[in-house]
Design a protein around this ligand. Structure first.
Ligand SMILES: [Zn+2]
Ligand SMILES: [Zn+2]
Length: 257
């Protein structure tokens, strides 16, 4: 069985076909998926998915790309995270690709999430884009290692992976690892220790080969696992078993259904 460690099933394209998305997961042996929040306004819909389906889990957080949304404080995140199906804080982090002026509010929001995660004992889902140095610096300054978590949709260098691993973090690969032009990332996927590796879709984005360009969905996480198995010269079943075990070790509040 496989786990999609990061998807957005509340987004319109996927929410409109909820039953079909769940059926395709089952048909492809994708046993569980983590539905990740990007803003508090949408959190009730993310949580409702996890409440409707035993094999879905939720996180709570505000994505660094979202300005003009409710700004969370630690107490609010802690209150919302106090639910048995909320297994993580995030997604949070820094994104200087879309916010090119690297605004201070992104760093303040990231610090808030790290503190909330430490306080409530739930791990972090960290998004980082064009901001690796600041992401790692804030993780160290706020003791993100005390909460643990995952660097999701990893696209950084081996050195950044090494620094995150040193902080006790897991590394999650998305469909990007299946892209022909991702040579450096493929090398990182060979390097990360098997017991720190996760797989994800980030659906509806980033559909893996051979579905590139379509609306992604959790069933297709299998293609990410296949590529990692090929790169590491390991049987697919080893990658499936290890990434599933890693998921439930990291997100220890998630119950297998
Ligand atoms: Zn992200
Ligand atoms: Zn995401």
């Amino acid at each position: 069985m496989f786990v999609d460690s990061h998807c957005h099933l509340d987004f319109p394209d996927l929410a409109a076909r909820e039953d079909a998305v769940l059926a395709a997961m089952a048909a492809n042996r994708v046993g569980h998926a983590l539905c990740v929040s990007v803003k508090l306004e949408d959190f009730p819909r993310v949580l409702a998915l996890a409440e409707r389906h035993a094999n879905l889990f939720a996180s709570v957080g505000v994505h660094p790309d979202n300005d003009d949304v409710e700004e969370p404080d630690d107490a609010r995140l802690g209150t919302l995270a106090d639910h048995p199906k909320v297994v993580a804080i995030g997604e949070t982090g820094l994104d200087y690709h879309w916010q090119k002026d690297a605004p201070e509010w992104q760093r303040a929001r990231f610090r808030t999430h790290i503190r909330a995660a430490r306080a409530c004992g739930k791990p972090l889902i960290i998004h980082t884009r064009s901001a690796a140095a600041d992401t790692l610096r804030l993780m160290r300054e706020e003791d993100a290692a005390g909460a643990g978590g995952v660097m999701h949709c990893f696209t950084e260098t081996r050195e950044v992976a090494e620094a995150a691993l040193d902080l006790g973090f897991y590394i999650s690969f998305s469909g990007i690892v299946t892209f022909r032009n991702a040579a450096e990332l493929k090398a990182v996927a060979q390097y990360v220790p098997l017991d720190r590796l996760l797989i994800e879709t980030d659906a509806p984005y980033l559909a893996p080969v051979p579905h590139r360009g379509k609306t992604n969905e959790p069933a297709w996480v299998v293609h990410v696992a296949e590529e990692i198995a090929r790169l590491r010269n390991e049987p697919l079943e080893h990658i499936a078993a290890a990434t599933t075990e890693n998921f439930f070790r990291l997100f220890r509040h998630a119950r297998r259904s």
